[in-house]
Design a binder for this molecule. Structure first.
Ligand code: PRX
Length: 635
């Protein structure tokens, strides 16, 4: 079966077929990939345990799909174009042949350092080609990578390393983001104080800053590569994997204090990311595709590395930030590399929009053919700006709804196929069966309705478990509503059956497209020595989508209020990372609680949103007086 759908009529037919005969449908899609042995059974599943097995009995290695199978015809085609943080530094282009060789070489480095199938490897690196190489080298050996975003703190890294029991860490001396330099190795050193499982740290040279190198534990990437070169065997055969063997772990925030290690497996993830990439972006050979995400998040995993590479695409990787040296940076990149497909986030669009259209003057964006958005609901103003100023009204915008847990795109237009509507993720992709349910789990049928978004049938890219704690996977995603995967999102379905995601219905915030659990931030704030307790909620933020608003009880502040505020910010940066730092901290004498001691977040949310006129029923509060005080002190 063809990966790409050519018309809206065909979409409707294929969708229907994918619902009526899902196994057959996915087998047809999976036939487009390279398997060492095909599956015995397409699917076995139940959402009770849950147990989901796609393509059982099949053998493969995802890197043979991403690299080896392209060598004959596309060996000299660029696989990765890398644009450095500093526009004056040289860019790099790696062809499929070069990328293949580098992945094999680094896989041999990992082997020399004792890495084997099933081992967990933590990757904490800048957005340089070596990050993609490290990830693919792990996959080549069947080692399980756990990439941690470069903005997380030592404490967060340590938690993730301990949870996955990683033995090897791959990092760099430092990374650049705009004018800032992040001392990655030094952060790792702080993390490793708590991580006895780590036996080896491989350090790439990037920023040439001084770092400590511990004998017997730390080695330089470049030295290890030289060793492999002198050993003289450039190849590294890919390790044969079962379709359901783990490919990677990626930690994400939920409504409890501790991030979960979402687990994806080899076969289903490969098929799902490859299929959705080819179909949604309608990728044509020779096109240059630029996804602005970081590989530290799922978007980077699925749509910078695995999806595009499995399709032989040219994927552009950018090390820096959209606003440096100025807010025209994306457009310079589009112009320089004649980018055809641009996949970015609403927060980036809103931020660039705010600098005014002058930033677009003289930039040639005529190469652009397709645009994409991901990470949060896109507001209509940003959608229209993206459409008119960037796409010049000529490029379809795919507003792609999905999650770390779904592995790949779920509800999204198909470029040039699905009629779009601003703010709508539109229709489910083939093989995806969304339903809306009410609070009691009853299906809401018909159109012009809204409810909680669930998925009622498995798809190959879905998570299989949460690492080391399957029960947590069950209770988080499969226990809220029996026999359904619960997304945590609210959603409306309009008169045309089009889906619009309205945002999270649980205690998860979406700050600049990053998922942040309120409980996690509260835990971090509460670690500050003068804090008694706190409650964190989101509020609408012009650029970030949602901002973090913290109500903090701190009766004995150290020196001034302002200093305590700064100290709390610093504490959150240390515990989680700067991305979770509250935008607003309001000191309060108490929190609104019910008589049973539960914090009434509904009230706090309204106050944070500035909607203080109608707070609803406050009579069940232990101390209704506290609400007046909080209202009058709102920031
Ligand atoms: O609330 C939804 C929002 O981002 C959440 C998933 O976050 P994460 O796992 O970090 O993955 C982000 C990248 C896939 C979802 O539960 N979200 C993601 N895409 C959209 C969206 N909300 C609205 N529209 C989208 N296109």
């Amino acid at each position: 079966m063809n990966l790409k759908i050519a018309s809206f009529e065909e979409y409707k037919q294929v969708y229907q077929q994918s619902v009526e005969q899902p196994e057959q449908f996915w087998e047809g899609i999976a036939d487009n990939f390279l398997w060492r042995k095909k599956w015995d059974k397409a699917l076995e599943w139940n959402f009770k345990e849950p147990s989901i097995k796609w393509f059982q009995g099949a053998k493969l290695n995802i890197t043979e799909n991403c690299l080896d199978r392209h060598l004959e015809e596309k060996g000299d085609t660029p696989a990765i174009i890398w644009e450095p943080n500093d526009p004056n530094e040289d860019h790099r282009i790696l062809t499929y042949k070069q990328l293949h060789d580098k992945v094999c070489q680094f896989a041999n480095v990992l082997k020399n350092n004792g890495v084997k199938k099933g081992d967990r490897v933590c990757v904490y690196m800048p957005m340089v080609p070596e990050l993609a190489i490290a990830v693919l080298a792990c996959a080549r050996l069947g080692a399980i990578h756990s990439v941690v975003f470069g903005g997380f703190s030592a404490q967060s890294i340590a938690d993730r390393i301990i949870d996955a029991q990683c033995e090897v860490v791959i990092t760099a001396d430092g990374s650049y983001r705009g004018i800032k330099e992040v001392p990655l190795k030094s952060v790792i050193d702080d993390a490793l104080v708590r991580c006895p499982s780590v036996k080896r740290v491989i350090v790439l040279t990037r920023s040439h800053t001084g770092v400590s190198m511990i004998k017997g534990r730390d080695v330089w990437w470049e030295d290890e590569v030289k060793k492999v070169e002198t050993q003289g065997n450039p190849d590294c055969p890919a390790v044969e994997m079962d379709a359901e063997d783990m490919l990677f772990i990626l930690y994400t925030s939920g409504s409890t204090g501790k991030p979960k290690g979402v687990v994806h497996t080899c076969g289903g993830y490969m098929v799902y990311t490859g299929y959705t990439f080819a179909n949604v972006f309608q990728y044509e050979p020779g096109e240059v595709y630029f996804c602005t995400a970081d590989i530290g998040w799922i978007t980077g995993h699925s749509y910078i590395v695995y999806g595009p590479l499995s399709q032989g695409a040219t994927t552009l990787m950018f090390e820096g930030i959209p606003t440096w040296p100025d807010a025209g940076r994306f457009w310079d990149i589009v112009q320089e590399y004649k980018v055809n497909i641009l996949y970015t986030a609403p927060t980036a669009i809103r931020s660039l929009m705010s600098f005014g259209d002058d930033m677009l003057k003289g930039k040639d964006l005529s190469s652009l053919k397709k645009l994409g958005s991901v990470g949060e609901p896109i507001n209509e103003e940003a959608w229209h700006w993206f459409d008119e100023k960037i796409g010049h009204g000529q490029c379809p915008i795919v507003d792609t709804w999905w999650q770390t847990e779904t592995g790949g795109l779920m509800i999204s237009p198909i470029s040039n196929v699905t009629p779009t509507k601003p703010g709508y993720a539109t229709l489910p992709l083939p093989g995806v069966q969304p339903i809306l349910v009410d609070e009691n789990g009853k299906e809401i049928i018909g159109n012009g309705v809204s409810g909680n978004l669930c998925i009622k049938f498995p798809w190959p890219g879905m998570l299989r478990t949460t690492y080391g704690d399957h029960e947590r996977c069950r209770t988080t995603y499969f226990a809220t509503y029996p026999d359904l995967y619960f997304t945590g999102d609210g959603c409306l379905r309009d008169e045309d059956g089009y889906y619009r995601i309205t945002g999270r219905v649980d205690d998860v915030l979406n700050v600049s497209g990053h998922r942040i659990g309120t409980a996690e931030v509260e835990n971090a704030i509460n670690m500050h020595s003068s804090v008694v307790e706190s409650a964190v909620v989101g509020y609408p933020h012009d650029i970030k989508g949602q901002g973090v608003y913290a109500f903090v009880v701190s009766p004995n502040k150290h020196e001034s209020e302002e200093l305590t505020r700064k100290d709390i910010m610093m504490t959150v940066s240390r515990i989680i990372g700067a991305i979770a730092r509250p935008d607003k901290i309001q000191f309060v004498s108490g929190l609104p609680k019910t008589r049973s001691g539960k914090i009434m977040r509904r009230i706090l949310r309204k106050i944070a949103e500035g909607e203080t006129s109608n707070l609803g029923d406050t009579s069940t509060l232990l101390d209704p007086g506290v609400v007046e005080e909080i209202k009058s002190g709102a920031l």
